[in-house]
Design a protein around this ligand. Structure first.
Ligand code: ADP
Length: 254
């Protein structure tokens, strides 16, 4: 038997299938305008990818902001709980998760059983999130995935605005004044780190620290955050799927 975890986020919908021991399938699509449609589409797509049917699925657990729109799921669980569970599944020694997604960032502390003991969340503004980087990458006419490579080694421009709209004007002014794409990109990544650090420094961050969410794919942000924190930060190719993994594990245990 299998369980399915579906995390419908603000930008991307992620799903995984769990067989009780390991993740046997994972998939990601843009959330688009309808969380319900994308959730349904993704559920069918991931089942087809390993040729299983509904009878072989014991539970479907939904998380992420779009979980309320999924009529076919057996249970809804908050992202915070799912991230804790997902991180514990990946490595039981993880005690802190830093998550930067499309529209919010959070820091979650867990005990040795993967239970959440404390968390903080910034969901009040887009600055310091993946959406902020998407907007800025668009202005710079580069792909979000290339931000890290472009910024590496460049002297960062100072980007002081802590608001996406003002930061956008700042970037446009910097471009007009002849600043290079490399140094602007470096400044933008620094600004995400600054914002994230101001959140995570409010909690006593303990080892091991795991970086999740789409922004964790940015290796320079991971490096800069680790320097600021004075701790090693780990991530994996499952980092963006952490919420979906936690949901699937919860579903299997149910
Ligand atoms: P959500 O759950 O809110 O949909 P995700 O955790 O799936 O968010 O992350 C989506 C975000 O990750 C997008 O806003 C995107 O800009 C960002 N992202 C994806 N790849 C990268 C990358 N290589 N560097 C920086 N940000 C990235």
């Amino acid at each position: 038997m299998y369980s399915v975890g579906i995390d419908v986020g603000s930008v991307a919908a992620k799903a995984v299938i769990f067989d009780g021991k390991k993740i046997v399938a994972k998939d990601i699509i843009p959330t688009g305008w309808s969380p319900k449609e994308s959730g349904l589409f993704l559920y069918d797509k991931i089942k087809d990818s390993i040729h299983i049917n509904d009878d072989q699925i014991k539970a479907i657990v939904g998380t992420g902001y779009g979980r309320v729109s999924l009529p076919f799921i057996s249970k809804k669980v908050t992202e915070i709980t799912c991230h804790g569970k997902g991180a514990h599944f990946i490595d039981p020694e993880i005690r802190t998760v830093i998550d930067i997604g499309g529209q919010d960032s959070k820091v979650i502390k867990m005990d040795e059983n993967g239970h959440v003991i404390d968390f903080l969340m910034n969901d009040k503004c887009a600055a310091g999130t993946g959406r902020f980087l998407q907007v800025m990458a668009h202005i710079l006419e580069i792909d979000v995935d290339d931000l890290s490579d472009i910024a590496k080694g460049a002297a960062p421009e100072n980007i002081n605005s802590m608001c996406t709209v003002f930061a956008e004007s700042e970037v446009i002014s910097l471009m007009a004044s002849g600043a290079s794409k490399e140094s602007i990109a470096a400044g933008l990544l620094q600004s995400v780190c600054k914002k994230t650090y101001s959140l995570i420094s409010k909690l006593n961050v303990e080892d091991k620290v795991f970086f999740s969410g789409g922004v964790s794919k940015n290796s320079l942000i991971k490096e800069l955050l680790s320097e600021r924190l004075g701790k090693e930060i780990i991530s994996s190719d499952l980092s963006q799927f952490l919420g979906a993994i936690g949901a699937a594990v919860i579903g299997y245990e149910k």
